[in-house]
Design a protein. Structure first.
Length: 212
């Protein structure tokens, strides 16, 4: 597994060196798909903080001087903004062609206001405010083994609560309602081990607790 993350890190640095523009926003926009597929799952399984790792082992290796003011929190915020931007672009591109033609004939400002107040966008933002910020401090393999034991089946632990809060946090960041769209939450976890953990924990939550 360490070989996997080492290789993924080297690949990411090589890809980033080829980019004509190397601002943090541009790099995240270019590399996020690769990170979510090849880097984040391995780091989550190892219990590593994804943003600390990317900052210290990728961006600062690429150019220590350029990114000296960047912090893992700023990097995380940039990733969030890129995801949010992609989500908005997905909503626009999913509209029928007739709606697109109407938008082109209308002034820009009158359209922007209703777009910003669309319930489908505002509701998740309200949800996000209720979710505490949790950083990964567990190993998914160890958690999965614990969840499989008979002794663990009938008690909701402190670690269960932290991981479930992290699941809600991840769902809110991606504008997903965990109560009604759990299958979408599961897709946010890319390694097979983390998927098993969130699935078992969700079932356990429904069985033992009154709310999801």
């Amino acid at each position: 597994m360490y070989d996997d993350i080492r290789q993924a890190t080297e690949n990411s640095i090589a890809r980033m060196r080829a980019l004509p523009i190397k601002s943090a926003r541009h790099i995240v926009d270019s590399e996020l798909d690769y990170w979510e597929k090849e880097v984040f799952p391995v780091l989550e399984a190892l219990g590593e903080n994804c943003y600390d790792y990317l900052l210290n082992n990728v961006l600062l290796v690429l150019d220590a001087q350029k990114y000296r003011e960047l912090t893992s929190k700023k990097l995380k915020d940039t990733v969030y903004r890129v995801r949010q931007s992609r989500h908005k672009q997905g909503i626009v591109s999913a509209k029928p062609a007739r709606d697109s033609q109407i938008l082109l004939r209308r002034p820009v400002e009158p359209v922007a206001t209703p777009m910003a107040s669309t319930p489908s966008k505002q509701a998740p933002m309200a949800l996000k405010k209720t979710v505490g910020v949790v950083e990964i401090d567990w190993n998914y393999y160890d958690v999965l083994n614990r969840l499989k034991t008979r002794e663990d089946a009938e008690q909701w632990t402190e670690q269960d609560e932290r991981i479930f809060t992290f699941m809600k946090q991840k769902a809110a960041e991606n504008f997903v309602d965990i109560a009604s769209q759990f299958y979408e939450v599961e897709k946010l976890f890319t390694s097979s081990t983390s998927k098993q953990v969130v699935s078992k924990l969700y079932d356990k939550r429904k069985r033992l607790c009154s709310n999801v």
